[in-house]
Design a protein around this ligand. Structure first.
Ligand code: ATP
Length: 447
């Protein structure tokens, strides 16, 4: 091409003077794309990405340049990464949809298209929508959840995680007696005797939210609750839900609740629930607000009855939870799960050492030396002690029983992990304790 007739020459000259100018290079790349010169655009995007490797617009540009040259799988690798990010632009979802459709995955392509509309309702692409066999706009079947992928009649259903049958029950949970009682009263008895509760005008439903420092047995107790009533156990990490691209998260939530309902009786456990319930005003993305509203309406049983589904949730950061979660019928019981006290530590140690070669163990003595240890910390203590005994046994060629001294020594190498949490919790309990919800923390801290 004659340089004087090349419309990009001015930009190239400017870049020669300031080669580090990323926006300028991006502008050149976009101009090249507009001129249909994808290989040159690819080179410029690559060059710009060396200087700004995490730039979403540059990555998307590079993916488009690949796509234009028929390098679909290279494009897909980039886009798959982009759609997992927060603040993904609608254009990334659209490209994702196009690439998926090209690869024959119509079902995911439809979901990607819907995500584009969720991110920006104005991003509708009628041509792509018609190739996907759906209406184009946000008011079409897409947003009503009646998608038909690839022309089939099947309703889109999210993948559902497997329902576990826990082998542990309350007897395997050390201490936590008050919590076990609360769970019995609030959710186990109503499940077994719904008519008695109804006769006394006690509403069924609602969940229990547990909060406290990490490793103190919230998940363990939830799993044991399922084992106690021989119910199924469905554990959901909220980040799993959020990490799926925002647009389809709502339907994933619906699928999760539906799955629990179809396996009742079932304990549905949400871990890290604060990530989902982050104060709605914090959620800049409209998609985020939708998820919260969807979660609340699933909890309320607005779409289907939650009879037989016991909802438990856990968080280390209850202060990040939207107050709408605490309304009656939702998580109206908020329980503090403190670090185990001395008798609870002795009992947890007993449970953790059960079945291991041991002499007479003085669990009270070990408990007295592990103040501030969480259940998880105690597990580390037992693991360290067992590891040492194992290598001794290998050397001596015979089983070496665990002794009190071994556990006390092992405890010296494990740091109690709950102190840091209380440093933060104390501030919330002192300065943000509306309705006294954190009184238990103050009581624990003897303040
Ligand atoms: P996180 O907030 O980090 O999710 P968590 O409070 O849910 O922590 P768990 O995962 O339930 O804590 O506890 C970690 C491990 O510690 C458990 O798998 C279990 O082995 C042990 N553990 C904790 N508490 C108890 C307990 N009360 N009885 C027996 N084992 C316990």
């Amino acid at each position: 091409m004659n340089p004087s007739s090349d419309p990009t020459q001015g930009l190239r000259d400017a870049l020669r003077v300031s080669p580090e100018n990323v926006p300028l290079r991006r502008h050149l790349a976009e101009t090249l794309m507009g001129l249909g010169r994808a290989p040159e655009a690819e080179a410029e995007y690559r060059e710009a990405l060396k200087r700004s490797p995490e730039d979403t617009a540059l990555k998307l540009g590079l993916a488009s340049a690949f796509d234009r040259q028929g390098k679909s799988s290279a494009a897909l690798v980039i886009v798959e990464d982009l759609v997992k990010r927060r603040d993904t632009p609608a254009s990334a979802f659209l490209l994702h949809a196009r690439l998926l459709l090209k690869g024959g995955d119509a079902e995911r392509a439809v979901r990607a298209y819907k995500s584009a509309l969720d991110a920006d309702p104005d991003s509708a692409d009628p041509e792509l929508a018609s190739r996907l066999g759906i209406g184009a706009g946000p008011d079409s079947a897409v947003s009503e959840g009646r998608l038909r992928a690839g022309g089939g009649d099947r309703e889109e259903r999210p993948e559902s995680p497997d329902v576990e049958r826990p082998k542990i029950a309350f007897a395997d949970v050390g201490g936590m007696d008050a919590l076990k009682e609360e769970i019995r009263l609030k959710i186990i008895h109503p499940l077994a005797n719904p008519e008695i509760y109804r006769a006394y005008g006690k509403p069924l439903g609602g969940g229990i939210l547990m909060y406290g420092p990490p490793g103190c047995g919230k998940t363990h107790l939830a799993r044991a609750t399922a084992g106690e009533v021989r119910a199924g156990f469905l554990s959901i990490g909220i980040h799993d839900v959020l990490d799926m691209w925002i647009g389809s998260s709502e339907r994933n939530l619906h699928g999760i609740f539906d799955n629990a309902r179809s396996h009742k009786p079932c304990v549905l456990f949400f871990d890290e629930v604060d990530a989902l319930g982050a104060s709605r005003t914090d959620m800049r993305q409209a998609g985020g607000r939708h998820i919260i509203n969807q979660f609340l309406s699933e909890l309320d049983g607005a779409t289907s009855s939650n009879d037989g589904v016991l909802v438990l949730a856990a968080t280390n950061a209850p202060w990040h939870l939207d107050s709408a979660f605490r309304r009656p019928g939702r998580f109206d019981r908020i329980l503090f799960v403190p670090p185990p006290d001395a008798p609870a530590r002795a009992s947890i140690l007993g449970i953790l050492c059960a079945g291991k070669p041991q002499g007479t163990l003085d669990f009270e003595a070990i408990a007295a030396r592990t103040d501030g240890f969480s259940g998880a910390d105690l597990k580390s203590v037992v693991d360290v002690a067992i590891e040492r005994k194992l290598s001794e046994a290998m050397k001596k060629g015979a089983l070496q029983p665990l002794a009190t001294r071994d556990l006390i020594d092992a405890a010296k190498s494990v740091k109690p992990s709950t102190k840091e949490w209380f440093a933060t919790a104390r501030n919330y309990a002192l300065y943000s304790n509306a309705g006294g919800i954190y009184d238990d923390i103050l009581k624990y801290l003897k303040m």
